[in-house]
Design a protein around this ligand. Structure first.
Ligand code: SF4
Length: 544
């Protein structure tokens, strides 16, 4: 058989590295590859058309998010119903744990790739070429007659420096008004213990190490390619922990990365980075280096702002780490965004009070809040099963929170803040993006207009947070009594009105940022950077 045609199917709101790394490995091995984005069920027809035109021998589906699994199952059935007779395999966190249930559901999936996919998929393609036996494909689980067979798994990371760089689109993506790319500097997580985390569960299950790093030289080479060839100026590291556990290691790595970027002639004064980090990794020396490198935003793993909550979620960090991280990042002009998992099996009203107080005391920071959800293989899954709290059905489990009042509050949250049309989730995401963008603009185009937009963004976030907080308190008040449908509709309606007004304001600021970034780029090309922000005439003309 000739080299294989492989079609990857995955959510692709931005370049999805979980398929773009294995895609690069397959291309290196001589196969041809296409990627079919499947972010919402409406993408189904486009995916089916792509299969018809490309005629792959292997379809590889990335099911990273458990909550999206039913949509992918449905898609698989439709692919088979459309007559595709090639091999369909699935991989990702969720199938790594739930491979039996997935195969037993007999929906047309022939095999599951567990853990990392690069080597396994290249070997699976070799099997389809007739070059090896299926039993020699690493990490693969599949039917043999009426039995499910599990091949041995690789329990260590691949050499990350030896992997080909992920496949990129011909043209760079644009995010927050800039040419943009996502990348990873590592795989896994050195903590790998949080109760609700699929990444932690995934790497804790392997026998080998839980965290592997790319060398700074290797990272800098990829950044340099994106910077010089695609003009990328905004980079988002998708590592769940961009930083390591020990301060000394972070200092060496960040200094090394800056030196490697200089060696690659990447002017990191003209770039901006976004990262995710745990609060306990942010020390003074680290924050200074993050600022020097051009990190403008940190999605900080706060998760819960109480001692009991941090313990219940097995976060391994302390309240003083959170306070220190906020203070240091603020001092260095780096915006923090965060999420609070105020609902979890052991949450109490006292704990929720403390979390609300935390939101109130951090008015300048965009945030979201919610419940720790059950994912396959996680400590939370084991807890809710063992304690008989589990509700709903596989794969989208629900569970009961032990304190009935907190459980009631969570249900009210679902029926109000989380109504699809409520607009709250959209507002939270919009403000997080706007805050990042204000900092990107300030860094790349410093000047009066950029400063003004940053001030307006901050003002909007403070006002919006006050209104959101006010509605959280209303939701809290409802937990103390019998709630009618009218109560829920009134609260949801009020949230909806407030959110839409703030989203509208955010969109207006975004349009101003659009105009400023566009004008600045033009004036830079003409050799007069900043002119548009100095001249009041030009500011009026460009409406910035
Ligand atoms: S939540 Fe973050 S720190 Fe916790 S296990 Fe997951 S990746 Fe690691």
């Amino acid at each position: 058989m000739p080299p294989q045609k492989v079609l990857f199917i995955a959510s692709e709101d931005e370049e999805n590295l979980s398929v773009r790394y294995p895609a690069a490995a397959l291309i290196k091995a001589g196969h041809s590859v296409e990627i079919a984005p499947f972010s919402v069920p409406n993408d189904t027809v486009r995916v089916l058309t792509q299969i018809k035109n490309f005629r792959p021998g292997l379809v590889a589906i990335s099911m990273a998010f458990q909550c999206k699994a039913p949509a992918f199952f449905d898609l698989t059935r439709k692919i088979r119903a459309a007559g595709f007779s090639g091999h369909i395999t699935v991989g990702g966190h969720f199938p790594t744990f739930e491979y039996r249930k997935i195969l037993e559901a007999k929906m047309g999936i022939e095999s599951v790739v567990r853990f990392e996919g690069e080597q396994a998929l290249v070997e699976l393609a070799e099997f389809l070429e007739g070059k090896r036996d299926l039993s020699s494909v690493s990490n693969l689980v599949y039917w043999v007659g009426s039995k499910i067979h599990e091949n041995p798994t690789i329990d260590h990371f691949p050499d990350l420096n030896a992997l080909p760089f992920p496949v990129r689109s011909d043209r760079p993506q644009v995010r927050l008004g800039e040419n943009f790319a996502t990348l990873v500097a590592s795989r896994g997580c050195w903590h790998s213990a949080c109760a609700y985390c699929c990444i932690g569960a995934f790497h804790a299950r392997k026998k080998g190490q839980r965290h592997a790093l790319r060398s700074v030289e290797n990272i800098a080479k990829e950044i340099a390619w994106l910077y010089h060839k695609q003009g990328v100026r905004l980079f988002q590291f998708h590592d769940d922990n961009f930083l390591q556990e020990k301060e000394a290691d972070n200092i060496v790595r960040l200094d090394g990365l800056m030196a490697a970027l200089e060696h690659e002639k990447v002017d990191y004064d003209s770039t901006a980075f976004l990262i995710k980090a745990r609060p306990d990794s942010i020390t003074k020396e680290v924050a200074t280096r993050l600022w020097k490198l051009g990190i403008v935003g940190v999605f900080l793993g706060v998760e819960n702002a109480t001692g009991t909550g941090l313990e219940a979620l097995i976060r391994g960090s302390k309240l003083h780490h959170i306070d220190r991280a906020f203070e240091l990042l603020h001092l260095h002009g780096i915006i923090v965004t965060y999420n609070l998992l105020i609902f979890h099996p052991d949450a109490t009203l006292d704990e929720i009070n403390e979390n609300i107080l935390f939101m109130k005391n951090h008015p300048m920071y965009p945030f979201d809040f919610g419940r720790a959800e059950v994912v396959a293989g996680s400590p939370l899954e084991r807890q809710v099963m063992k304690e008989g709290l589990i509700r709903g059905s596989w794969p989208n489990w629900d569970y009961r929170i032990k304190d009935p009042l907190v459980d009631q509050m969570f249900r009210i949250n679902l029926a109000t803040f989380r109504r699809p049309e409520a607009g709250y989730s959209r507002l939270a995401h919009t403000l997080i993006a706007l805050a990042y963008r204000a900092h990107v603009v300030q860094r790349l185009y410093p000047g009066k207009a950029a400063q003004q937009m940053d001030g307006d963004t901050r003002d909007l976030i403070v006002r919006s947070n006050m209104v959101v907080l006010d509605h959280i308190l209303k939701m809290y008040a409802l937990t103390a009594r019998l709630v009618s449908k009218k109560d829920l509709d009134d609260l949801a309606g009020s949230i909806h009105t407030g959110c839409l007004a703030f989203i509208k304001e955010a969109e207006q600021i975004t349009r101003r940022m659009d105009r400023l970034q566009m004008a600045e780029k033009k004036f830079r090309q003409a050799g007069v950077p900043g002119e548009v922000q100095i001249s009041s005439f030009l500011r009026k003309l460009f409406r910035v």
